[in-house]
Write a new protein. Structure first.
Length: 428
């Protein structure tokens, strides 16, 4: 599409946007009655207006039925999980039985590594991205130590090439080939949180399998943002949090995917709890763990129906919006328009004041643009925040802005770009 730098043009894109009504499903944060331009759905998605209603239903059921709420009322808690699996299966491209909603992301990664990282003397290396999200780094470091191994020996961290910010996919593939006799696991991010780079998960999975390793993904920044086909790509396992693009609230219950070929694999280790035990026998309280023959067999503890409800409220909106296909189409335009307007600011000033490190190819990025400020980054960021444009700051000089197709408009994008331009005069 040929973009134009005017508010009329932004409005015309909003008029043509078949998803625009979904903004009214969300509570847009305000300051002094003025709606903020919230470009932080990559950090904490906005609250759906229906969330409190769904949660109230759980509380009502608890009030009316006590523990019988597991079995009674409109939404018995015991089967509530079934309602989450279908929409999530569509969002991440999996079979419903390959999805489990449980715990939180970092916890799930530890649990999944128990199953999918089985180091032997010869084969114990893990390939991951250098400068992965800190929680993933801490998870790997401590998990490896717990196995009696040294993270320094085990971890092969792939870095961008000298002078570059994005990772070159060929380098990841080459490393897998190079370590093919000692590689146990590839654990990668679907979308890098810092640069917004999307990785070719199919290619990474193929190469990882060829090298004899298991392949898993952290989809924190990918779930609800980009198209995923975990099953068709033959990914072994994955996990994601639900509070970013999935809008299910702070500390939301997370999700995991486990390829169906492992569901009844007795050789796989796992940590178990009664919630993963065969449902028909769960309450018999007999010894001997007999797992549910699906991803649900990886559950440990009684889940919170309150968190389920907040998750369902958000997933119902994804369903109403017709799934990820339409959202992606709008997302490509929204983020593309922001990129175009930032280039306009640079050309107006005859200088690359804002350098976008996120890939310019829409196929290898999602909503987010990571913008390096040439000068006065912190002052620019503060100006945005004071003037109702909510992004976030990553030291030393990066502003991350993520227009989200479910609730952001083209007018938001135009407003944010205007504010960026104004910030230059003020921050000099
Ligand atoms: C947001 C994020 C996390 C957060 O993990 P929690 O366990 O949900 O706190 C972990 N990894 C990545 C890559 C993230 O982007």
């Amino acid at each position: 599409m040929k973009f134009e730098n005017s508010i009329q043009f932004a409005k015309s894109l909003d008029d043509a946007d078949c998803l625009r009504k979904f903004r009214t499903e969300f509570i847009i944060p305000t300051v002094g009655g003025v709606e903020q331009i919230y470009f932080l759905g990559n950090s904490l998605g906005l609250q759906p207006k229906r969330t409190p209603l769904y949660i109230m239903q759980i509380l009502d059921q608890w009030g009316h039925h006590g523990v019988e709420g597991f079995f009674r009322g409109e939404q018995p808690w015991l089967n509530y999980h079934d309602q989450l699996v279908q929409p999530l299966a569509k969002i991440v491209g999996a079979l419903p039985q390959e999805i489990v909603v449980m715990n939180q992301l970092t916890v799930n990664l530890h649990l999944l590594l128990i199953s999918f990282y089985q180091p032997s003397k010869k084969r114990n290396k893990i390939i991951c991205e250098s400068k992965a999200f800190p929680s993933d780094q801490y998870m790997l470091e401590t998990h490896i130590k717990q196995r009696g191994l040294d993270p320094e020996d085990v971890l092969i961290q792939i870095k961008p090439r000298e002078g570059e910010v994005l990772l070159c996919e060929d380098d990841i593939i080459a490393a897998m080939g190079q370590h093919k006799n000692e590689l146990a696991l590839v654990l990668w991010g679907g979308v890098n949180y810092y640069t917004g780079q999307v990785f070719n998960m199919q290619k990474i999975t193929e190469a990882g399998h060829k090298a004899g390793a298991k392949v898993g993904f952290d989809l924190a920044h990918a779930a609800g943002n980009i198209r995923l086909q975990l099953h068709d790509w033959d990914v072994d396992f994955a996990s994601w949090c639900s509070y970013k693009y999935l809008n299910s609230g702070p500390g939301a219950i997370a999700g995991a995917y486990i390829n169906e070929r492992y569901h009844t694999d007795k050789k796989l280790q796992r940590f178990a709890g009664w919630w993963g035990h065969k449902k028909e026998k769960r309450f018999l309280m007999k010894p001997g763990f007999d797992p549910i023959p699906s991803a649900e067999g990886w559950q440990l503890s009684t889940p919170s129906p309150v968190l389920y409800a907040a998750h369902k409220a958000a997933l119902d909106i994804f369903e109403k919006a017709g799934g990820l296909e339409k959202l992606r189409q709008k997302s490509i335009l929204l983020t593309g328009y922001l990129e175009y307007l930032i280039h306009e600011i640079n050309s107006k000033h005859g200088e690359e004041l804002f350098f976008i490190i996120t890939p310019s190819d829409p196929n290898i990025r999602g909503c987010q643009l990571s913008i390096v400020c040439k000068r006065n980054g912190k002052a620019i960021f503060n100006y945005l925040a004071e003037n109702g444009v909510i992004g976030d700051w990553r030291e030393p000089d990066v502003i991350r802005l993520s227009p989200v197709p479910l609730y952001n408009s083209f007018k938001d994008v135009y407003g944010a770009a205007m504010c960026l331009d104004e910030s230059l005069a003020v921050s000099e």
